[in-house]
Write a protein that binds this ligand. Structure first.
Ligand code: AQP
Length: 334
């Protein structure tokens, strides 16, 4: 709770152009929450450097991500959209929470194991303690819920454990957050390997639909999507490729699984893949147009960056000061 209103935090890494899973699993759902909650949507650029980034590219990607939040429908008057690195309280609370987190807990994080196996030449301590920074992000804003995709569930659980541990020692300092995960779109799978999730940093560009892909590219990628050997358009555990496409088509068109299966009864994969591609391109086009318009107005985006960083810092510092006092840091002399 913040200011008598329920609050929430969520964020995305500036590690590449957003992919369809980021949109369907998270961003699309954020837009519905702006009236009910005091919202904080962060471009988590500090998390992004757990994997080596080219500096100019990171700056470009971070700005594009922030602009995409708005293009996808977040109203910057109602939602606090900002860069993590502009609010030092994230790093300060991160350090404190590091001292309340156990190595054994972090060792269990599946995302660390996954990312470490993909970055064997750079398994840095930041990659390992990533969930603690994420806990700091969430707890700084006394978040009641954290709207994310299914892959982040484990990180919300460790956030809750850290917060409960801290509260049990110092009293009710942190709100204990709940994950907010929608059933549909919570785990969009790779188009090239439907057993693993779609990821913006996947080296195979055909595996992901990026939010800024043009219509031809989207249709081409769907046409190449890996599916199974029979030709029946049916949602089933043993047909992960087609099931993934049915889910994507359902969200893009508002049709249920049964409606989609009926619509494509007797038709082949070719027809279906084309229809999915067209539906996704139609869904993304207004976001792309708005993104282009926003990029023409540098001063407008700069204003949002400045004002929202101040707002985020105001609320974050309130929690941070409370924490510092509780653990016994000396007060500043004014
Ligand atoms: N495939 C997915 N399906 C549904 N939701 C997803 N999310 C990510 N992939 C899918 C959700 O998007 C948000 C952004 O998360 P992030 O940028 O912090 O990192 P991530 O979860 O690791 O996403 P990526 O795209 O896989 O990034 P990289 O490649 O950099 O690791 C989260 O809410 C996440 O659940």
């Amino acid at each position: 709770m913040l200011n008598g209103k329920k609050s929430l935090f969520s964020g995305m890494q500036a590690t590449g152009t957003l992919q369809l899973g980021n949109y369907l699993g998270a961003l699309k759902n954020w837009v519905e929450l702006e009236d009910e909650y005091e919202t904080f949507y962060c471009v988590v650029d500090m998390h992004s450097i757990t994997v080596r980034q080219e500096p100019a590219e990171l700056r470009r990607k971070a700005r594009a991500l922030l602009t995409l939040y708005i293009a996808a429908g977040l109203n910057p008057e109602k939602n606090c959209i900002y860069y993590q690195s502009h609010v030092p309280a994230h790093a300060e609370l991160n350090w404190i929470l590091n001292c309340f987190t156990y190595m054994g807990e972090l060792n269990r994080m599946t995302q660390f194991k996954d990312k470490a196996s993909k970055n064997e030449e750079n398994i840095n301590a930041g990659l390992f303690t990533y969930p603690v920074l994420m806990a700091a992000d969430i707890l700084l804003f006394q978040s009641d819920i954290v709207p994310v995709g299914d892959d982040q569930k484990q990180h919300i659980e460790i956030t809750r454990d850290i917060a409960q541990r801290f509260n049990s020692i110092y009293g009710d300092v942190f709100t204990i957050p709940e994950p907010y995960i929608k059933k549909t779109g919570a785990r969009i799978m790779s188009l090239q390997d439907p057993t693993s999730k779609m990821s913006k940093s996947d080296e195979n560009e055909n595996a992901s639909i990026y939010l800024l892909d043009d219509t031809d590219t989207i249709i081409r990628k769907f046409k190449r999507a890996v599916t199974d050997s029979d030709s029946e358009i049916r949602h089933s555990k043993d047909k992960p490729g087609i099931s993934n496409l049915i889910e994507i088509y359902g969200i893009a068109t508002g049709k249920s699984i049964a409606e989609t299966e009926k619509e494509f009864e007797g038709k082949g994969y070719g027809d279906f893949k084309l229809a999915v591609g067209e539906a996704v391109a139609t869904m993304l086009k207004p976001i792309q147009d708005r993104f282009d318009d926003l990029n023409k107005d540098k001063a407008y985006i700069d204003g949002i960056i400045k004002n929202n960083a101040e707002k985020a810092a105001y609320f974050a510092n309130k929690t941070l000061r409370k924490v510092q006092k509780k653990i016994g840091f000396p007060e500043k002399i004014k």
